[in-house]
Design a protein around this ligand. Structure first.
Ligand SMILES: *Cc1c(COP(=O)(O)O)cnc(C)c1O
Length: 356
C-alpha cells in the first residue's frame, strides 16, 4: 500500500443496522435501499450483510442485474421504474418489480410482450412534486393497470419530502388516504426518517436507506444517537507531515487559517479528490491519534491540515479518522453544510476500500 488513506466497511454494523430498522417497523416487510452503489459502500460488498432483508430497492438496471447474477432470488424494486419502454424485456428476464409514475409507462406496459406479469409500485405524488400521479389520478391509473395482463401484484407507493417532523407527514398522509380510498392496496411509504419516527406510515413495506449505513436521515447525529445505529463506513488516513507555525503564519491555500501563536499542524493524506468535502471549514472535527481535534485551513485536492494542539504526542504516521465511530459522518457533513448521504456517495474511486 502506498498512500495511507483507506475506507473500511463494517459488515457487522450493516447487519446490526438492518436489525435496528426491522425493530422500528416490526410488522412491515422491508426494502433495503441500495441505490447509488449502496450509498457509496459498494453494492457487491454489502448486499450479503443485508441478506435477511425482504427485498432490495435501487434504480440502476446494472445494479439489479448484478444482484440477480449473485443469486439474489427475492424481490428487487426499481424505485424510478423503467426509463424507456425497451427496458421491459430486461425487467421481465430478471423479474424486477417496477415503479410506475407516468402514463407513458402504463401504455408501455400495455404493449409489452412479457413472459409473465410484473409486480408494480404505483407511485403517487404526495407533495414532493418529483415523480408520481396526482392523488386524484391515482384511482384511474390503478384501474388501468389492474386491467393489464402484464401487471401482477400492485402496491401504492409514495415518498415524503419532509419526514423528519410530524408536520411533514400530516398533509402527505391525508393525500395518500384520499388517493387510496376504495382501493384494496398494500402501501409502501416510509423512508428511513418515517421508519424511525412515524409508525403510522409503516403499512406493508418500509424503504429505509441511510439508517442501514448508520447515519441520520435528518443530517444530525444527535437525532439518532440513541437509536443504536452504528456507522458502517470509516475513512482513515495518517499524518504525512507536521509543521510548526509561528504566530501570524498561514496554512494552506489562501491562508484561510492563521496561527495566533506557535502551533503544531498535521498534514493528512486526504483531500477533496478522495471525497472529503472541500467546503469543510476551520473547526470541522477530525480524530487524530485518539484525540478529537479540528481541521484548520482550506481542504485541498490531496491534503487537509489539522490542529495538533490537543494531541502533542501526534507525529508523522499517527492515525487519523476522518469519519467513523469517533467522528460521525453527520458531524463532518453538518460542518460542511451538507448531509451524510452526499459524503458517503462521494467516496472517490481512488480510495481503497476494505471490508471488515
Ligand atoms: C432513496 C429513497 C429511499 C430511502 O431514503 P432514505 O432517506 O435513505 O431512507 C426510499 N424511497 C425512495 C423512493 C427513495 O428514492
Amino acid at each position: 500500500m502506498s498512500r495511507p488513506i483507506v475506507a473500511t466497511i463494517d459488515t457487522s454494523a450493516l447487519r446490526h443496522n438492518l436489525a435496528v430498522a426491522r425493530q422500528a417497523a416490526p410488522h412491515s416487510r422491508l426494502w433495503s435501499v441500495v441505490k447509488a452503489n449502496a450509498y457509496g459502500h459498494g453494492i457487491d460488498r454489502v448486499w450479503q450483510s443485508f441478506s435477511d432483508t425482504d427485498g432490495f430497492a435501487l434504480l440502476n438496471l446494472e445494479e439489479a442485474i448484478l444482484l440477480r447474477e449473485r443469486g439474489w432470488k427475492k424481490p428487487i424494486l426499481l424505485l424510478e421504474g423503467f426509463f424507456h419502454a425497451d427496458e421491459l424485456p430486461i425487467l421481465d428476464r430478471y423479474r424486477l418489480t417496477t415503479s410506475v409514475h407516468s402514463n407513458w409507462q402504463i401504455q408501455a406496459l400495455a404493449k409489452a410482450k412479457l413472459s409473465a406479469p410484473l409486480d408494480i409500485y404505483l407511485k403517487m405524488n404526495s407533495g414532493m412534486n418529483r415523480l408520481g400521479f396526482q392523488p386524484e389520478q391515482v384511482n384511474h391509473a390503478w384501474h388501468k393497470l389492474r386491467g393489464l395482463e402484464n401487471v401482477g401484484e400492485m402496491t401504492l407507493m409514495a415518498h415524503f419530502a419532509e419526514a423528519e417532523t410530524s408536520q411533514g407527514i400530516t398533509e402527505p398522509m391525508k393525500r395518500i388516504d384520499h388517493a387510496a380510498e376504495g382501493l384494496d392496496c398494500p402501501r409502501s411509504l416510509a423512508n428511513s426518517a418515517a421508519t424511525l419516527w412515524h409508525r403510522e406510515t409503516h403499512y406493508h413495506w418500509v424503504r429505509p436507506g441511510i439508517i442501514l449505513y448508520g447515519a441520520s436521515p435528518s443530517g444530525k447525529w444527535q437525532d439518532v444517537a440513541s437509536s443504536g445505529l452504528q456507522p458502517a463506513m470509516t475513512l482513515n488516513s495518517e499524518l504525512i507531515a507536521v509543521q510548526t507555525l509561528k504566530g501570524g503564519d498561514g496554512v494552506g491555500y489562501g491562508a484561510r487559517y492563521r496561527a495566533a501563536g506557535e502551533q503544531r499542524i498535521g498534514v493528512v493524506a486526504c483531500g477533496y479528490a478522495d471525497g472529503y468535502p472541500r467546503h469543510a471549514p476551520n473547526g470541522t472535527p477530525v480524530w487524530v491519534d485518539g484525540v478529537r481535534t479540528q481541521v484548520v485551513g482550506a481542504v485541498s485536492m490531496d491534503m487537509i491540515t489539522v490542529d495538533l494542539t490537543p494531541c502533542p504526542q501526534a507525529g508523522i504516521g499517527s492515525q487519523v479518522e476522518l469519519w467513523g465511530n469517533n467522528v460521525k459522518i453527520d458531524e463532518v457533513a453538518e460542518a460542511a453544510g451538507t448531509v451524510g448521504y452526499e459524503l458517503m456517495c462521494a467516496l472517490a474511486p481512488r480510495v481503497p476500500v476494505q471490508v471488515s
